[in-house]
Design a protein around this ligand. Structure first.
Ligand code: CAO
Length: 553
């Protein structure tokens, strides 16, 4: 018989929800409790399970559509006698005692409760794979204490790797028996951080479904990733599947999507091994590992020798008192990255000065409006973001990367710009995406937002990737000029120092003008000195006449 699966009650005042992923299609087998649809309300992403097992006979919804509570999502042809009357009664009773919102977390718990209860045992919880090339992380916070009851997906630790700060959720519920790390410790991947008393019930996304129908293409892709992991000699990274549309929500649990985001993996690129291409945590880890292996192989093949034998340090304590501290992960990564950039890129710095007297008048006028609108104060950095995006369009070799291994230049048609942010943990460079498509007000709001996030350790690895060019404005602090280091694999970086009033000769007389010093470092392998002058001059001309932005935008 046919059973219609409807959109359940989602909570008070929620009349409808948007479909973000349809995980089954007509003809698919579904198991009872298998997630069939993912929807989003203004409060949460919710997974809707099938109430019965059978074959999907019709799908009434599609991604992006809004559906009302009670609307039929799919119908399932089942051999069971529908949902037994007694079960219906139980369900009604459940509804009166359970909170109406069937959030992902609530569902996990309910699956745990109904999963075959195993014996209570003590499990050693280990630091999982944290991302490409990351072997250890510093524990910056421990959220739980001995004896505390915890739920699946609850954050246990906050850790700082050399790339980002991330929260480690538990994959099992239970009671914390022993916490083996403390704030400030460095913990290695694979190290036991907690003993957990648990019934070892399986996670929701690990519960096997009834004979899942596998998408043959995706299964092959997944096999390639697995092969890449085990065959270090011949790493073949699977092609990004063409049908994956980054605009859509990927078929993965919110916790899996969050994990991918935290370790800097684009979830849309990950081949899912589950039914209907559903992506598990293990799929994300396998994909990230394959990317890392390819990266390592490229480093070996490119034959770039950056290593210089380190001179041994003298014993400084011979000359006075000293204090020795481990480098933080961010400091270590910055040191490694900048050494690499300095040693491998033949870089030159072009200096110039822009007369921003007129721009300052305009900026101050609009800054008041911007603060009134709640988008924060408008600074020269936000205006420079816009100007640089236009300049990158005019000078494409500044919006490129060099592939020395294949002797190619990669030109990018998107305009993502990094902004160096000074934080108490060191330098962090979040990336503002699609700068060319945003207004200066929008850029100002985003700049304020990412600076706050970076300083509050809330920036994810994904938000620091994909930049084509970097702006480093030290002018808020002072200085007349500096030579920034190109942030590889980008090919240019703009350093900005403090604007000050200077006497400028005009019609035989000195007049006071507000001058902004610029220092643009560039990769001389792709950018010639004359191009550097043209680029920097163009940036100055755009700063000098605000109409230039309007004319070229
Ligand atoms: N000249 C003169 N004044 C400047 C200026 C400049 N180049 N740049 C900013 N200012 C002013 C601002 O207008 C603001 O003035 P008010 O307080 O009077 O409004 C003040 O300095 C502070 O600005 P800000 O720093 O808060 O804002 P911003 O948008 O200009 O910069 C950010 C944001 C994140 C780039 C900045 O805060 C920062 O962290 N800079 C350091 C970057 C860094 O460390 N680079 C080194 C990397 S190594 O190459």
């Amino acid at each position: 018989m046919i059973v219609e699966i409807k959109l359940p009650e989602l909570g008070e005042n929620i009349a409808q929800a948007q479909v973000t992923a349809v995980l089954v299609k007509e003809g698919d087998s579904v198991a009872k409790d298998q997630v069939i649809v993912e929807i989003e309300t203004d409060k949460a992403v919710i997974e809707v399970p099938s109430e019965v097992e059978g074959i999907v006979s019709k799908v009434y919804i599609s991604e992006g559509k809004k559906v009302n509570i009670g609307a039929t999502l799919i119908s399932v042809e089942t051999s069971q006698a529908a949902v037994p009357a007694q079960k219906n009664a139980e369900k009604k009773q459940e509804k009166t005692v359970e909170p109406p919102i069937m959030a992902a977390e609530t569902r996990v718990e309910s699956v745990m409760a109904t999963a075959p209860a195993g014996e209570t045992k003590i499990m050693e919880m280990t630091i999982p794979f944290l991302g490409e090339g990351i072997e250890k992380a510093q524990i910056t916070q421990v959220f739980v204490t001995n004896g505390q009851a915890i739920k699946i997906d609850q954050a246990i630790l906050e850790m700082e790797t050399d790339k980002a700060t991330l929260e480690l959720p538990t994959e099992y519920g239970g009671v914390v028996r022993e916490i083996r790390v403390k704030q400030g410790d460095f913990a290695s991947v694979g190290q036991v951080y907690m003993l957990l008393e648990t019934t070892e019930a399986k996670r929701m996304d690990e519960i096997p479904v009834l004979e899942p129908k596998k998408d043959p293409v995706k299964t092959e892709e997944h096999a390639e990733v697995q092969a890449a992991n085990t065959n270090a000699g011949a790493v073949q990274l699977p092609q990004v599947p063409a049908h994956l549309n980054p605009g859509k929500v990927a078929p993965a649990a919110p916790s899996t999507r969050g994990f991918a985001r935290q370790i800097g993996v684009n979830i849309h690129e990950v081949p899912g091994s589950g039914p209907g291409g559903r992506i598990s945590m293990d799929d994300v880890k396998a994909w990230s590992k394959a990317l890392h292996e390819r990266y390592n192989q490229k480093q070996t093949h490119s034959g770039i020798a950056t290593g210089v034998v380190a001179e041994p340090l003298p014993d400084f304590s011979k000359w006075g008192e000293i204090r020795v501290e481990d480098m933080s992960n961010i400091r270590r990564k910055t040191a490694e990255h900048l050494s690499y950039a300095w040693a491998t890129v033949p870089q030159v710095t072009q200096f110039d000065k822009a007369d921003i007297t007129r721009l300052e008048e305009t900026r101050k006028k609009f800054s008041a409006e911007s603060e009134k609108e709640g988008t924060g104060k408008l600074t020269v950095t936000a205006i420079l973001l816009k100007i640089i995006a236009i300049a990158l369009k005019k000078f494409p070799q500044f919006n490129a990367s060099i592939d020395m291994e294949n002797k190619r230049v990669i030109y990018k048609s998107y305009f993502h710009i990094g902004v160096a942010v000074d934080t108490d943990r060191g330098l962090i460079v979040p990336v503002i995406k699609d700068v060319d498509k945003k207004s200066i007000f929008e850029l100002s709001a985003e700049l304020n937002e990412i600076a706050v996030k970076a300083r509050g350790k809330k920036i994810s690895l994904e938000e620091m990737q994909g930049g084509n060019f970097t702006i480093s404005n030290l002018g808020g602090l002072g200085g007349t000029a500096f030579t920034p280091i190109v942030n590889t694999p980008e090919v240019a970086i703009l350093g900005v120092s403090r604007a000050s009033l200077e006497p400028v000769a005009e019609n035989g007389q000195f007049v006071p003008r507000m001058m902004l010093p610029l220092s643009m470092s560039y990769d001389h392998r792709i950018i010639d000195g004359a191009d550097a002058v043209r680029f920097t001059r163009w940036v100055c001309s755009a700063l000098e006449d605000p109409m230039v932005i309007a004319m070229h935008n």
